[in-house]
Ligand binder design. Structure first.
Ligand SMILES: [Zn+2]
Length: 216
């Protein structure tokens, strides 16, 4: 399998990949408290994994994941959430530079779920397309595109199961038994399994591929 990580490709390889599919995925997350049992970078790791799986079926490239995000569990241990304007400026610049490089379809894929970040990225996408440089932008997130289970959660059964599937070495289920361990996270995290995470993840990848192919 060809490597699709933008940062690992040379200009010639990037041009070849773009000639096959003028498509760039931008995985966006956050650095945010995800309970005592998950890494703070979960959202970006999740987004990157979906994009790397989807790109194998659609062609294109995957940008380095952005671990900066906005709004959520501010003030909790490990959270480094930035101002909305900072993330809007970052996304605006990334879209502008990718369009200059000739990408015609850009997917902003956010693993961080608060409506604030999704809404902000949709606004930035609309503003970018309003400038008319020929690049189209779609904004996706795993929770709202999942075919059967759209709902809200934070570090609950879904996110914990996905990490058990993708990177079990980064999950510490035993820490959920400590007093107050479920504070500020969704309590069904204790029911997480790698099997559930695999099925959930694969459904999200399938729907991402469907939407991207539709947009291509
Ligand atoms: Zn999360």
């Amino acid at each position: 399998m060809d490597d699709r990580r933008y940062e690992e490709l040379t200009p010639i390889e990037l041009a070849e990949a773009r000639a096959r599919a003028s498509l760039a995925y931008v995985p966006i997350g956050s650095t945010e408290f995800h309970g005592p049992h998950l890494p703070v970078g979960f959202d970006a790791l999740h987004a990157q994994a979906v994009c790397l799986a989807a790109v194998e079926q659609t062609g294109g490239v995957v940008l380095p994941p952005t671990f900066w995000g906005t709004r959520g569990h501010e003030g909790y241990p490990g959270s480094l959430l930035l101002q909305e304007e900072t993330i809007a400026a970052l996304a605006t610049d990334i879209l502008g530079r990718l369009a200059q490089q000739g990408y015609r379809l850009i997917v902003l894929f956010t693993g961080h779920w608060p409506e604030v970040q999704g809404g902000l990225l949709k606004r930035v996408a609309q503003e970018h397309m309003g400038r008319g440089d020929g690049a189209r932008v779609i904004v996706l997130d795993p929770l709202t595109i999942h075919p059967t289970e759209a709902r809200t959660e934070h570090a609950g059964r879904i996110e914990t199961s996905v990490m058990l599937h993708l990177r079990p070495d980064l999950v510490h289920m035993e820490r959920l038994e400590a007093p107050d361990a479920l504070k500020a996270i969704t309590a069904d995290c204790v029911d997480a399994t790698a099997e559930y995470g695999k099925a959930w993840f694969e459904a999200v990848v399938e729907e991402t591929v469907r939407r991207v192919k539709e947009a291509l």
